[in-house]
Design a protein around this ligand. Structure first.
Ligand SMILES: *Cc1c(COP(=O)(O)O)cnc(C)c1O
Length: 226
């Protein structure tokens, strides 16, 4: 007898694989990031024991707590960060997806220099340009990458975006398409401290569309832990 969580993991991997095959990839090419922000650490641990290796949290406090409990998983920070919380995350996160502004980049870099480590991050992009949304605007991406050379510990490894919330995943497609196009174009350019290899796009509502449009990290909460 399989429990429900195991069933959901298997089904999600199948859906990821199917979407990946639409553009010549397989589930192996896609990281399924389990967003455990709504569940207790015991449930996250159950997922870990079922083979899930990547977990995302959007609050520093929860990130710290769950990482301490399951230290062998790869813990990703995916939520808005205050600059005074940087020390709780640098050196502890496998990847910070929510690097959304220059002063945060500076603080992350400062902490990385102090610890003498590299700080892998994704630049969060506000593709749809909604005012209340975090992230740099599309027109500022290249400027940001140009300036990354000043931050010797920071490593910009790709982009993250959130599509507008909606009930129809097709509404996300143009957003994902646009960021993939920018990602592909800028991969061919040389910037210091930049190596674009991750594209973190897609959540429960739209992960299949995101994968079809080139995402290689999907952040899944509700479909896994509901
Ligand atoms: C909560 C969250 C997710 C997961 O959303 P679901 O709709 O539950 O899959 C993904 N990304 C970020 C940044 C989140 O905060």
């Amino acid at each position: 007898m399989m429990d429900n969580l195991q069933q959901r993991i298997i089904e999600l991997r199948q859906r990821i694989d199917k979407a990946a095959r639409a553009n010549g990839r397989t589930a192996e090419d896609i990281t399924m990031l389990a967003v455990s922000k709504t569940v207790d650490v015991e449930i996250a641990e159950e997922a870990y024991n079922l083979g899930v290796r990547d977990f995302g949290e959007n609050r520093v406090q929860e990130f710290k707590k769950k990482k301490a409990h399951i230290p062998d998983a790869r813990w990703h920070m995916i939520g808005r960060m205050q600059t005074n919380k940087v020390k709780d995350v640098v050196g502890k996160a496998f990847l910070i997806h929510s690097m959304d502004r220059w002063n945060l980049a500076e603080e992350l870099d400062k902490r990385g220099q102090y610890l003498q480590i590299e700080v892998p991050v994704l630049l969060q992009v506000n593709v749809s340009g909604e005012e209340q949304k975090a992230g740099v605007e599309v027109k500022d991406i290249e400027n940001f990458l140009d300036s990354a050379g000043q931050l010797s510990s920071l490593r910009i490894c790709g982009f993250m975006t959130m599509a507008p919330l909606s009930s129809n995943s097709e509404e996300s497609r143009p957003v994902f398409k646009e960021l993939f196009e920018i990602y592909s174009r800028l991969q061919k350019k040389e910037y210091s401290n930049v190596n674009l290899k991750y594209l973190s796009m897609g959540m429960t509502q739209d992960f299949e569309v995101a994968i079809e449009e080139g995402s290689n990290i999907v952040r899944i909460g509700r479909a896994l832990f509901a």
